[in-house]
Design a protein around this ligand. Structure first.
Ligand code: ZN
Length: 690
């Protein structure tokens, strides 16, 4: 599970942006890079890399190579034509000798940059297909002008035939319009362009296929993550899985990953790390999901080293049925000072579980193995690049989590980069109701954002349990949003707890208010800037935030407080603009607690109808008038609603025997340069992967 950038981050404190001389070093690093369409490219600093030993630096380097080597897998997972389209676009971009100042070419460049960002032709977040701003004629002429040997022509295929095959996928808005469709009532498999199911496979067939598999499970107490590492296809009318493994589908990319993992093993920090990598390699070779569980257990239990990584088929947000996992990889090392913060939470996990407002039947008697740390990301790959998570909690297997715990990380240097890049952008002046609230956010916003992420990841996802016999997938398409809501609510409920002051994590008993305000403002209003007019909310984290905020708004009963008789929270108009007004922060905490209890009940009982009702009532719909207003106010600020990161480069020095003697980090590579380089250096798969 991962936690994406929340909008509260955009309004983080701006105090350090002033001309204070002691901050000079920090401001010299350029966090903001180029901007196009709805995207802002950022850079992150790998703080602390210089303090690692040469062996650790070498390990980070090898793991970064492994993390970049699976790039093509994700492109193909996101759509069956993506690898071919990428090659066509990139060739035209580098080799076109026509008018590079024409409007067609400029629009073409924007389109290509968006496709790079999304690892495919659909929006990375909204999942809608991009509409090109250039003409078919322009693109055809551009392709005719380049060396045909560079184009992804099939055996004997002419350029004309290639264009006829691919152009509808790019230009026709009715062809593959959605990467991942979550619209209630439609066949989610047939209507999703994601390449997790072969042509003609229906949702009912896929659900039935995996239900039968589960029913035949000889060890139902320890179920594998059925279907997570394969494409389900129909061959001669019979459903069968094409497993992603060495020698199987995506085998060439996986072999490359194995190559770098073998190198990493030679410089591992300890024997446990070696065992983790060995098991991962075994799983990549066999595709066996029992082996994957064994690997996950070893990975969870490996907490001694400073360097760590994720590499594999991990998150299932891209599959409309929430089973099949997209490929991602990254490498990181521990941020020791910040980790003290999360260790305090972990050490008190049982206290938090015992005192939570959920029904005792749904609580864990024995909260164990929740490790949590703040890390420095060293490279981002696959589904974490360029758009990334800021917190990650793995593994996703419920029984592994219950019996062996999970590892939870907050990625400190990325959060920091978001905050620094957002300084002084005018966002909070526009959307926060008054100066007093802005001051409060300025003072406590950063600390509480980090803490909410910690609580979400370290405690929220790890809390609670399913009742015996409840199927982990019973909430089906609503499962992800409910799980994110559970983790967010756990964080919201506890961020206001005096226990956090006692632990030295919040400075005082008022700081939490900044989080309550920004969370509600985001869920009720500002996250709508990510939605196109007329659309509903589909992404799981956004549904979760909308659900929480609207449920609380709807249940905020009038009560007596310092401001008179008012609801705890309301939407008010000032000078024709809508604002969130909080009248009673303490009452909000009670409401978050009530909703947490209900969401935990839904999860623990596997109450599909309950999940559906809650999410469809509060998490999906958009108030079109408010949406329009928010979009207009946001547009006036001229900010990009989505952000992603350009990676640093690692430059290796070797002696005459090929031993690595130094690893240097280099920043400043241009976005297009990096993307073209990755396509060159990490191109592992054929254009067509059947
Ligand atoms: Zn989460």
């Amino acid at each position: 599970m991962n936690l994406k950038l929340s909008f509260s981050m955009l309004i983080a404190a701006t105090t350090l942006a002033t001309s204070c001389g002691t901050q000079k070093e920090e401001t010299e690093f350029q966090y903001n890079d180029e901007r196009f369409a709805d995207l802002q490219m950022l850079r992150y600093q790998v703080e602390g890399f210089d303090q690692l030993t040469l062996r650790q630096k070498t390990l980070v380097y090898y793991l970064s190579q492994a993390a970049l080597s699976g790039r093509d897998i994700l492109w193909d997972q996101n759509g069956r034509y993506n690898l071919r389209i990428r090659q066509m676009l990139e060739t035209a971009y580098t080799d076109y000798e026509g008018d590079r100042e024409s409007e067609d070419f400029k629009q073409f460049v924007v389109y290509l940059k968006r496709v790079w960002f999304s690892n495919g032709i659909h929006h990375h977040y909204g999942c809608d297909k991009f509409q090109p701003g250039f003409s078919e004629d322009f693109f055809r002429a551009a392709l005719q002008s380049v060396d045909a040997a560079k184009l992804p022509l099939a055996e004997g295929q002419t350029l004309e035939a290639l264009c006829d095959e691919i152009f509808p996928v790019i230009f026709d808005p009715t062809v593959m319009p959605k990467r991942t469709n979550q619209a209630d009532g439609e066949d989610l498999v047939l209507t999703s362009a994601a390449n997790y199911y072969g042509p003609g496979v229906t949702q009912a067939e896929a659900e039935d296929f995996y239900l039968k598999m589960k029913e035949a499970d000889p060890d139902p107490a320890h179920p594998v993550m059925f279907g997570m590492n394969s494409r389900l296809v129909k061959e001669n009318g019979v459903l069968t899985e094409k497993v992603w493994r060495s020698g199987g589908l995506y085998g060439a990319a996986i072999d490359r990953i194995i190559f770098w993992l073998e190198k990493a093993k030679t410089v591992a920090e300890n024997d446990k790390q070696v065992a983790v990598m060995d098991k991962l390699i075994e799983y990549y070779r066999t595709g066996d999901l029992k082996t994957f569980d064994a690997y996950s257990i070893l990975w969870v239990e490996d907490t001694e080293g400073d360097v760590d990584f994720t590499n594999g088929f991990t998150e299932s947000y891209g599959d409309p049925l929430g089973m099949k996992a997209s490929w991602e990889g990254y490498a990181n090392f521990k941020d020791k000072a910040a980790t003290e913060r999360t260790e305090k939470l972990s050490a008190n996990a049982q206290w938090f579980e015992d005192h939570s407002p959920v029904d005792a039947r749904f609580k864990k008697q024995n909260c164990k193995g929740i490790t949590a740390k703040v890390i420095v990301a060293a490279i981002l790959g696959g589904d974490l690049y360029p758009s990334t998570a800021i917190g990650i909690n793995l593994p996703n297997s419920n029984w592994v989590r219950a019996e062996h715990g999970s590892k939870s990380v907050t990625i400190g240097n990325l959060t920091d980069a978001y905050n620094k890049a957002a300084r002084g952008n005018g966002f909070q002046e526009e959307f926060v109701i008054d100066q007093a609230t802005r001051d409060m956010i300025k003072e406590y916003g950063d600390v509480c954002d980090d803490l909410h992420t910690d609580l979400h990841e370290c405690l929220g996802h790890g809390s609670g349990k399913l009742l015996p016999g409840v199927d982990v997938d019973s909430l089906k398409a609503y499962g992800s949003a409910i799980e994110e809501a559970r983790a967010d609510l756990f964080g919201l409920y506890y961020i206001a707890d005096p226990k956090l002051v006692e632990l030295g994590l919040t400075p005082n008993t008022d700081a939490y208010k900044s989080q309550y305000y920004t969370y509600l403002m985001n869920g009720l209003m500002t996250q709508l800037v990510r939605i196109e007019p007329g659309n509903t909310i589909e992404e799981a984290h956004m549904r979760n935030r909308s659900l929480i905020a609207h449920w609380v708004l709807d249940h905020a009963r009038p009560s007596a407080n310092a401001e008179g008789i008012t609801a705890a929270v309301e939407l008010v108009k000032r000078d024709g603009k809508t604002y969130v007004q909080v009248n009673d922060y303490a009452a909000l905490r009670t409401l978050f607690g009530e909703l947490l209890a209900e969401i935990q009940r839904v999860k623990s009982e596997g109450d599909y109808e309950g999940a559906r009702r809650l999410i469809e009532a509060y998490g999906v719909k958009v108030d079109s008038a408010l949406h329009k207003e928010v979009l207009a106010r946001y547009k006036a600020l001229d900010l990009a609603p989505y952000k992603g990161f350009i990676n640093p480069e690692y430059v290796v020095t070797e002696d005459k025997d090929g031993n690595i003697t130094d690893v240097q980090i280099r920043y400043g590579e241009a976005y297009d340069h990096q993307m073209l380089r990755y396509s060159r250096e990490y191109r592992t798969l054929p254009y067509i992967n059947e």
